[in-house]
Design a protein around this ligand. Structure first.
Ligand SMILES: C[S@@+](CC[C@H](N)C(=O)[O-])C[C@H]1O[C@@H](n2cnc3c(N)ncnc32)[C@H](O)[C@@H]1O
Length: 374
């Protein structure tokens, strides 16, 4: 298909998703005011128009980068149109049925409610919460079924575009290790060709807190010859991930249910590790434990990429928006997260910083475990 036409389709597709998400949120907040009026919010200044304009520019820039990475053969163009359609048609009505329950929880400040049939034994206390006020937190099949559509609505249709920003630094890190299996699928682009071509080993890549498997799906399309691994605490989310990943051909990633603070992998096993949208949901000590574990299981020279919410130092003008997010979505560790120095944590574990980026409302830290001295 003609490149200009494909790009226009891509932009229109995302703008339509964004318009849908904004309308959904507007109707939901109007309905909430009717059914279950929220307590008055602390008086806040309206967001200045230039902040809104900058935010819109960041949205446009994210789409442009996503498009350009596909043009550079980091991943196939088809990935740009990937969307959880089936979930959307099956579960969007269920999201509306859930909302009154979530509003009630918000009103009554109930965030540790689990259905009696859910076995909560063995999970860390910080995890046993109704993050986002969602029913049963991360511990039910319903929660797993609704999650991807909810994320798309929350991020105005660009949740996946933000996840895909881990792919270019991941591929670069693998190529830097000379891994043959890091070459992109149909890569004819010299920039993405392996400069060293020395290492015949298959790349091993772990996605920490893989949730419903969307990042693993994108990694598999980017590095099809790699062995993939996913770890998460939630059995229902892992079941959902297994279903999603079985839809495509290719080797199935190995999924493990465990706490990422103590990962069941041997030292120096992986060539690359990604971790998307986890750190803002952890208390500070768990953040450090997981970073330390990632350091332990990564090979010297391997790359670790964190993708999570932007922090206050990235965008001080967005602080009121960040504070409102923590209040509205029951994100108990978010206020601490947005002030946390993740770079210092990475360095404390032993990592070297490679790069730091922001895309729309997410930030990315790319770190490397120092190469072994010879
Ligand atoms: C906001 S979701 C992000 C999921 C996924 N990475 C994504 O992009 O949608 C947070 C995920 O972290 C998982 N999680 C939270 N604490 C964890 C821990 N200590 N160890 C492993 N997984 C954890 C949850 O079960 C959930 O799937």
């Amino acid at each position: 298909m003609n490149e200009l036409l494909t790009k226009t389709l891509y932009q229109t597709f995302h703008q339509s998703k964004s318009a849908f998400a904004l309308t959904d949120k507007k109707i939901a907040s109007q309905l909430r005011r009717l059914i279950s009026p929220p307590p008055p919010e602390p008086e806040s200044k309206p967001t200045p128009p230039e902040t809104i304009d900058r935010f819109k520019q960041r949205y446009e820039q994210l789409l442009e980068t996503d498009w350009q990475d596909a043009q550079r053969d980091i991943y196939p163009v088809e990935l740009l149109f990937d969307n959880p359609w089936e979930d959307f048609f099956l579960y969007y009505p269920a999201i509306w049925l859930e909302r009154p329950k979530m509003w009630q929880r918000m009103e009554q400040k109930k965030y540790r409610e689990f259905s009696p049939e859910i076995d909560t034994a063995g999970y860390p206390q910080y995890y046993l919460q109704n993050f986002h006020y969602q029913t049963d937190g991360y511990l039910s099949d319903l929660s797993a079924s609704l999650y991807d559509v909810e994320v798309e609505i929350l991020f105005n249709g660009v949740g996946d575009a933000m996840r895909r920003r881990v792919l270019a630094p991941l591929q670069l890190g693998l190529l830097d290790m000379g891994l043959e299996s890091a070459a992109a699928p149909k890569s004819t682009n010299p920039k993405s060709a392996n400069p060293k071509s020395a290492n015949q080993e298959r790349a091993r890549i772990l996605d920490v807190a893989c949730g419903t498997g969307r990042t693993l799906k994108f990694i598999r399309a980017t590095v099809p010859k790699a062995s993939l691994f996913g770890i998460d605490l939630s059995p229902p989310y892992l079941r959902k991930a297994a279903r999603l990943l079985s839809e495509d051909t290719g080797e199935l990633p190995q999924l493990v249910q465990a706490n990422a603070e103590e990962m069941p992998y041997r030292d120096s096993y992986f060539h690359g590790i990604t971790c998307v949208f986890l750190f803002h949901e952890l208390p500070a000590t768990a953040r450090q434990h997981i970073i330390d574990e990632c350091f332990r299981v990564l090979q010297p020279g391997g790359t670790f990429i964190i993708c999570d919410s932007i922090q206050i130092f990235d965008s001080p003008e967005l602080e009121p928006m960040m504070e409102a997010f923590a209040r509205a979505f029951h994100e108990p560790y978010y206020k601490d997260y947005i002030r946390d120095n993740l770079l210092e944590r990475l360095q404390q574990a032993g990592f070297e910083k490679v790069d730091e980026q922001t895309h729309f409302s997410s930030k990315y830290l790319v770190a490397r475990k120092p190469k072994a001295r010879v």
